[in-house]
Design a protein around this ligand. Structure first.
Ligand code: PMP
Length: 376
């Protein structure tokens, strides 16, 4: 049963009161709260088998290794991946995108090449490509949005040329809430040229939508654990296995090697080729617990509840004459984040006033300065 009041009891933070008042948390886009099961999974690692993985032949190390690899399996199933070997554990969505920019981009993108992106991207999906463009000379083209904050997909398709090597876009905008029709977009890109690679920033999608990676048809998918009820410091890059196999490692050192000689080294196969050094073991195990928790709730129910809340909030906020809401009004086309502007009031003042009642909202540029500029 999907009962929000019971679900709320799973989150110990709500037992906290500040100045005698409860907490109203509306900043899940920045980071979600954590249920007790995730905290417990983290603690169980530190209490029961707080040792390194892969290295020890003793039971404790085997338990930690099993828990770590089981979490990979869970994440893989959660997004409908064919194999856990396509799941790379990184620090966050930002690191996942940087990994692709370094390990795939620096080999495959050159001076005459083009990258297509959109004006609604989070900085995490802009800056790594700008850096790649600075180094390689590749051109980045940005697809605009319409008045409702929707992408013009015809324009995206038209901007593809024989030089296009990569398309990078967000699944769900962390400002507009827009849910991009990723499956259709990928299909249209691949129909034009199946060699073009598509990277999806799913940081705001995996926590809110039921994802099936095979259905989406993209080549790379990046997301963060901390936005999907999991711990901070752990994120995921999913990529098609043959791409990962062909890519150079992102970082070099222990755990990612098969053999090391003084003059050269041989590397493991993916995913371990991309997980150099001791990973965030507790974080991975905690992420596995978050995936279990979301799976029991059911992502379809999560999405249905989110739509209901979003419709309720938009229809009530719409009564305020001095308030502009950004992004699509149709709850089918958007996620739960609602960015608004109140005429004559500075956003930081609004956030500070709400904080007096422990209402936590985000104010500022939302790590999407080009989009804010586009919106004026
Ligand atoms: N992409 C989007 C759409 C986001 O909303 C965020 C976080 N706000 C990120 C990427 C970056 O996530 P992280 O800071 O966990 O790397």
């Amino acid at each position: 049963m999907f009962d929000p009041s019971l679900i709320k009891n799973d989150f110990p933070i709500f037992q906290r009161h500040i100045n005698g008042k409860p907490i109203v948390y509306l900043d899940s886009t920045a980071s979600s709260l954590k249920p007790q099961v995730v905290i417990d999974a983290n603690n169980t690692y530190y209490k029961e088998y707080p040792v390194n993985i892969f290295r020890g032949l003793y039971k404790l190390s085997e338990e930690a290794t099993t828990a770590y690899e089981l979490a990979r399996e869970k994440v893989s199933q959660f997004i409908g991946s064919d194999s856990p070997n396509s799941i790379i554990f990184v620090r966050n969505a930002t690191e996942a995108i940087n990994l692709v920019a370094y390990s795939w981009g620096r080999i495959n993108i050159g001076e005459s090449d083009e990258i297509i992106s959109t004006v609604m991207e989070h900085h995490a999906n802009i800056v790594p490509w700008q850096q790649l463009s600075l180094e390689s000379g590749a051109v980045i083209k940005y697809i605009d949005i319409d008045e409702d904050g929707l992408l013009n997909i015809d324009n995206l398709e038209k901007s593809i040329t024989p030089h296009t090597k990569l398309v990078v876009l967000t699944y769900v905008s962390n400002v507009l809430g827009t849910i991009n029709p990723v499956k259709e977009i990928v299909k249209r890109i691949k129909m034009k040229n199946s060699k073009i690679k598509v990277l999806i920033d799913a940081a705001q999608a995996v926590p809110h939508l039921s994802i099936n990676i095979k259905d989406l048809g993209c080549d790379f998918l990046a997301f963060s654990g901390h936005k999907m009820l999991g711990p901070t410091g752990i994120g995921v890059l999913w990529a098609k296995y043959d791409l990962l196999d062909a890519m150079v490692p992102f970082q070099f050192g222990g755990e990612m090697i098969k053999e090391v000689y003084l003059d050269h080294s041989e590397f493991k196969k993916p995913p371990h080729k991309f997980e150099a050094g001791t990973p965030h073991i507790a974080g991975v195990i905690g992420l596995g617990a978050a995936v279990d928790y979301l799976s029991v709730l059911g992502m379809d129910k999560v999405r249905a509840h989110e739509k209901e809340l979003t419709s309720y909030a938009i229809s009530n906020l719409s009564h305020l004459s001095n308030l502009t809401i950004y992004g699509p009004k149709d709850p089918e086309k958007r996620g739960g984040v609602i960015a608004f502007n109140m005429k004559g009031l500075h956003p930081h003042d609004i956030a500070q006033i709400l904080d007096e009642d422990n209402i936590c909202i985000r104010s500022g540029h939302h790590c999407a300065m080009p989009l804010h500029t586009r919106l004026g």
